[in-house]
Design a protein around this ligand. Structure first.
Ligand SMILES: [Ca+2]
Ligand SMILES: [Ca+2]
Length: 285
């Protein structure tokens, strides 16, 4: 076991209360499951939010294929997503559709099926989640995309809000890099998800900070439900959607203020696609 995995496992097996307060480590920080077996079913003993739950075995599950609004800091429809998930799976026996992977907190990345119903599809259908794919994932997405499109057409839940009006949605904003940002420019990044029903060609898109400085987003084709990590510094553009797409804005210096900032994404016609604020006193989940 490497020191890094040992460290992450130490976090995962640490205080349960600390875990509950910090549920959303980046989903692509996946551990190869080594010592811990991967279950195929379980009983749900608690539901933290719409996409995070705990089994009676103690195993924590990060729901696969979706992202639900956060409870902390509060986002619209976060409580509704949690309540729907709880009403469907709490104290129920469920089947697990795992990818075999665990995230940095040791949580299983898994679909959850109860009474023949896929929890991810149910959340999408209710407008309480958007599609969120962590590659590699060869799942047939037809039912998931259809559920999202029915919710969008009916303007249910999140689809009634401005944050979900554009084709892209900023799901996390890491304005403060680990350590000294000047020494770790790429530790500043945003994760941006394609919440539209079509692949999005990012060529010509731009991203601006609170002062209006702006950068061209490198060209890449972002498939439906996939995310891109947009790093501030330089690096090799990773545009293959079989793995996590990672793009680099090429700034020699940090871009985002650690105290307070706002990222705004514009499409090639200069229209605002999404904007998200960062406040140090309301830390990113
Ligand atoms: Ca910064
Ligand atoms: Ca820092």
């Amino acid at each position: 076991m490497s020191w890094r995995i040992a460290f992450l496992v130490a976090i995962a097996s640490g205080a349960g209360s600390a875990l509950a307060e910090e549920p959303s480590i980046d989903p692509d920080v996946m551990l190869v499951s080594g010592d811990k077996p991967v279950p195929t079913e379980g009983s749900v003993s608690s539901v933290y939010d719409g996409d995070t739950l705990t089994l009676s075995s103690g195993d924590k599950v990060r729901l696969r294929w979706v992202n639900t609004p956060e409870l902390r800091p509060p986002e619209g429809y976060g409580p509704e997503a949690r309540d729907l998930a709880a009403s469907l799976v709490l104290q129920k026996r469920v089947s697990l559709l795992t990818s075999g992977g665990r995230d940095g907190y040791g949580r299983l990345l898994s679909g959850v099926v109860v009474d023949g119903k896929n929890l991810s599809v149910a959340l999408l259908e209710a407008g309480l989640a958007h599609l969120f794919i962590i590659p590699p994932d060869s799942t047939d997405l037809t039912a998931l995309v259809s559920a999202q499109e029915r919710a969008r057409a009916a303007r249910r839940g999140v689809w009634s809000t401005v944050r979900y009006a554009g084709g892209l949605h900023i799901t996390s904003f890491h304005a403060n890099a680990d350590g000294d940002d000047r020494e770790n420019v790429n530790g500043e990044y945003l994760r941006v998800c394609n919440i539209s029903p079509q692949p999005i060609d990012l060529a010509g898109y731009r991203i601006a900070d609170i002062s209006g400085r702006n950068w061209e987003i490198p060209a890449a084709l972002l498939p439906v439900g996939h995310t891109v990590k947009l790093h501030s510094g330089s690096g090799a553009q990773q545009v293959d959607s079989a793995a996590q797409i990672e793009l680099f804005l090429g700034s020699p210096d940090p871009i985002w203020n650690n105290g307070e900032d706002r990222a705004t994404i514009y499409d090639r016609y200069g229209r605002v696609v999404d904007a998200r604020e960062h406040h140090a006193d309301r830390p990113n989940p």
